[in-house]
Design a protein around this ligand. Structure first.
Ligand SMILES: Nc1ncnc2c1ncn2[C@@H]1O[C@H](COP(=O)(O)OP(=O)(O)OP(=O)(O)O)[C@@H](O)[C@H]1O
Ligand SMILES: [Mg+2]
Length: 366
């Protein structure tokens, strides 16, 4: 299952600039195994230093990172949920994403006109949050109209969904996000009929001026930090414009530019990493000498058998056993053979619960 993230924000917040940088990062990642890319979906690699190191050590033929699909939508204005500025159609595009990146402008470049006439990040965040809540309310009311009949007919699932909607609608109406209303215990799957936007985890990305970036987290306005903290959400600072510019440069040029600005790491990767962390997934690796080194994600708590299914359905069907070693132990041992001798490489069955950083070789019968 691919990971999907929707980018939301006010008009001209810097969404498309960030999106273009993400697209470029995906296009540049060597031998990307994904060919069909829609214009509003950026396939961005989740770079992983652990994989880079074991790939190099084993002499892998190439390194292919796991990826996240970022969905760009046009800016939302107040009234978007009612279709203002085509808002509802835009929001429909991200209903089925797993999480949201909420991009907010903090830079004060006077050449960029703000639709509200001034730069006020928390006001903007609240405008977008209101639109998301109202869009969910609109969808929940429509859904309720459809479920009512089935519930009257006695359908148990419809009844559970209706009860949930009857709790959800007043909460949304009061401005509370859907995540504050738990899914029905007996039928948690009914939430998927609605895909509430305000039930998704959020990463706030603050678009700051290039000269503020070197300050790191201090570049983030305290009011935004407070707003995010109240929801248990994280915040990262980037300059969308700078990321878009860096993405156009070759690696050396980009590194020189970053150094000049006093930036240790790629802002783009901080966004990608922050988005990945929202999903509460673990990463495992497959790699061999002369073969492709690759990173994969898996829901926490799932087994080696599930991991095999991520790699290929044939490998899952023919699953015999998994040979597993932690990435660090493999690196220290210097190879699979040595890891086996040292006992850090274990043979596990299909029910083994995969751990973050596991390097897995699935043995299967074709
Ligand atoms: N950190 C920044 N500092 C200065 N200018 C920026 C910054 N980030 C983006 N911009 C500029 O702001 C303008 C709008 O950016 P962009 O098109 O990415 O916004 P958007 O959110 O996609 O807008 P829309 O909602 O219209 O799609 C562009 O000219 C871009 O170069
Ligand atoms: Mg745009």
């Amino acid at each position: 299952m691919s990971m999907k993230i929707g980018i939301v924000g006010m008009p001209s917040a810097g969404k498309s600039s960030l999106f273009n940088a993400l697209t470029q990062a995906g296009a540049e990642a060597a031998n990307y195994p994904f060919t069909t890319i829609e214009p509003n979906i950026a396939v961005a690699p989740v770079e992983d230093d652990r994989l880079a190191r074991i790939s190099e050590m084993l002499g892998a033929s190439e390194t292919v990172y796991d990826h996240i699909d970022f969905h760009d939508i046009a800016g939302l204005v107040a009234g978007a949920h009612k279709g203002e500025g085509l808002g509802n159609a835009f929001l429909a595009n991200i209903r089925e994403t797993d999480a949201i990146v909420h991009l907010v402008r903090a830079h004060t470049d006077e050449n960029i006109v703000h639709s509200e006439g001034s730069v006020d990040p928390v006001r903007d965040i609240e405008t977008i949050e209101t639109e998301l809540v109202l869009s969910d309310l609109d969808q929940a009311e429509r859904r309720k109209d459809r479920v009512v009949r089935a519930a009257r007919g006695g359908d148990a699932e419809a009844k559970a969904e209706l009860a949930w909607l009857e709790e959800l609608i007043p909460a949304l109406d009061a401005g509370r996000p859907a995540r504050t209303v738990p899914a029905p215990e007996d039928h948690p799957e009914v939430v998927r009929n609605l895909f509430p936007l305000t039930a998704k985890p959020v990463l706030f990305v603050v678009n700051v001026g290039e000269d503020e970036l070197a300050e790191g987290d201090a570049a983030i306005p305290p009011a935004v930090v407070e707003h995010a903290a109240a929801q248990g959400a994280k915040v990262v600072a980037v300059s969308s414009r700078l990321e878009a510019e860096l993405a156009e440069m070759d690696d050396e040029e980009a590194a020189a530019m970053r150094e000049e600005l006093g930036l240790a790491e790629s802002g783009l990767q901080r966004v990608v990493r922050g988005a990945f962390d929202l999903l509460d997934l673990i990463t495992f690796f497959t790699v061999g000498s002369g073969k492709r080194g690759q990173s994969w994600h898996l829901r926490r708590g799932l087994s080696a058998w599930h991991a095999a299914g991520e790699i290929h359905s044939d490998i899952q069907h023919g699953f015999v056993r998994a040979e597993v070693v932690g990435w660090e132990a493999l690196l220290e041992a210097g190879g699979y053979g040595q890891a086996r001798e040292q006992g850090t490489l274990r043979v596990e069955g299909r029910d083994y619960v995969v751990q973050d950083g596991d390097v897995i070789t699935v043995k299967f019968t074709p």
